[in-house]
Design a protein around this ligand. Structure first.
Ligand SMILES: Cc1cc2nc3c(=O)[nH]c(=O)nc-3n(C[C@H](O)[C@H](O)[C@H](O)COP(=O)(O)OP(=O)(O)OC[C@H]3O[C@@H](n4cnc5c(N)ncnc54)[C@H](O)[C@@H]3O)c2cc1C
Length: 389
């Protein structure tokens, strides 16, 4: 990445357009959506019109054709407004659309990618199971080939948007296969016989309360053989490559939620008085602001570097994991300081900082926990370890 890395006018335009959209369409309503546990369809319709729901998808497949630096800036801005909305963008673009962009055939791209990119359909991406999270190779859902169809049996856990998605990309293994072998990805449309949403969590979660997190069950669920996405048995590599893309979105999301927290803390520090003067004048408060600003700038730099490398077509696995790990930890520090600066009011439900703190917590859990990112980073530095098969 060039040392004098600067955004292009087009990238600045994306950032400014999304920032203005977020201030107008998301910020005034986000508390209500989080309380209700739902984001209105009308918001997604507006985002679809602006191309946000297919941001990195080439224009010939109905997307906005953005580079990944622009995409990271878009995700940062959305996340500044709402981590729940940002989760939908991540699942739609980085996971569902990326699956089709990287591994779908031309027919699948025309049939499924185009409506996803245009925001006419919603996607979900289902890897995790009750007994297989970090250890995704332990997944037990099976897919058996039978007379031109695949028959799926098993359960998936914690699937973002699983309850509202039109297309669910499901990872399953052929019976008898073990660990990383025999895994494939299948597109299961909503309403397919044998596919059921068994639980949906919204407001009972610690954060992301407007983002539905679903459990899915597949019982003799049959899909046609052309619903196999990618090569039969290539599922492990596909899942890992897709997650690598997804983690860039999480890293950008960390920068966004942290920025929201810092902006709120600075505003409050200037308004709140103690000992006869604004608390922003106390050195210990100023230190927290400076530390948070440094944290955010460093996280954004790591994120944009990873995005830039992706735009260059360079393997960015190490850089993405660094950006996600640092971002997830940084967002906890910054949102925690924002609460500290708000004093008791930060703990109450009257200010947004408590939501930022809750929403930041998931960043170190999904799409690979902090520990998994450390294993990936160390593996790049030291070679394989016995901890990771
Ligand atoms: C809100 C939310 C949305 C989600 N959305 C999706 C989705 O859309 N699609 C999807 O497929 N999944 C989704 N997930 C699942 C998520 O990716 C998993 O929760 C995550 O991968 C961790 O798996 P686990 O919860 O089973 O934890 P576990 O794997 O059981 O981990 C428990 C703890 O053990 C640690 N640990 C595990 N293995 C090691 C090791 N080798 N070395 C060191 N420490 C280790 C972990 O880091 C963690 O601290 C979502 C989760 C949440 C909370």
């Amino acid at each position: 990445m060039p040392v004098d890395f600067k955004l292009t006018p087009e990238q600045e335009l994306v950032r400014d357009t999304v920032r203005e959209f977020v201030d107008r369409e998301i910020v005034p309503h986000v508390r209500e959506w989080e309380r209700k546990g739902e984001i209105p369809q009308s918001l997604y319709a507006k985002m679809a019109e602006l191309g946000f729901l297919g941001a990195p998808v080439p224009q010939k497949y109905g997307g906005a054709g953005m580079d990944y630096v622009s995409f990271a800036l878009l995700v940062e801005e959305i996340s500044r407004g709402s981590s729940s909305v940002r989760t939908t963008i991540s699942v739609q673009t980085s996971l569902s659309e990326t699956t089709l962009m990287l591994f779908g055939n031309e027919e699948q791209k025309q049939k499924w990618l185009v409506p996803l990119a245009k925001g006419e359909k919603f996607g979900a991406w289902a890897l995790t199971e009750p007994q297989a999270g970090s250890d995704a190779a332990a997944l037990a859902t099976t897919a058996q080939y039978d007379h031109g169809q695949w028959v799926l049996n098993g359960t998936k856990r914690f699937i973002s948007n699983g309850s509202i998605a039109d297309y669910v990309f499901v990872y399953a293994r052929e019976p008898g296969s073990k660990r990383h072998e025999g895994l494939s990805c299948f597109m299961v449309p909503k309403g397919t016989k044998g596919f059921a949403v068994t639980n949906v969590e919204t407001t009972t979660k610690l954060g992301l309360r407007a983002s539905p997190t679903a459990d899915l069950a597949f019982e003799d669920c049959r899909v046609p053989e052309d619903h196999l996405v990618g090569k039969r048995g290539n599922g492990w590599e596909q899942a890992m490559r897709t997650l690598n893309g997804g983690r860039l979105g999480i890293a950008a999301g960390a920068v966004g939620v942290a920025r929201a927290a810092l902006e709120a803390a600075m505003k409050y520090a200037k308004e709140r008085k103690a000992f006869g003067r604004p608390i922003a004048s106390f050195q210990l408060v100023r230190e927290m602001i400076a530390e948070s600003y440094m944290d955010i700038e460093a996280a954004r730099f790591l994120t944009l570097r990873a995005a830039y490398l992706r735009d260059q077509g360079v393997d960015n696995t190490l850089e993405v994991s660094l950006a996600k790990l640092f971002g997830a930890q940084m967002a906890m520090r910054v949102t925690d300081r924002a609460i500290q600066i708000h004093g008791g009011y930060g703990f109450s439900g009257d200010f947004d900082v408590e939501r930022y703190f809750r929403d930041a917590r998931v960043l170190g859990l999904y799409e690979g926990t902090n520990e998994i990112q450390k294993l990936i980073i160390a593996e790049r530095l030291l070679g394989p370890s016995r901890d990771r098969e």
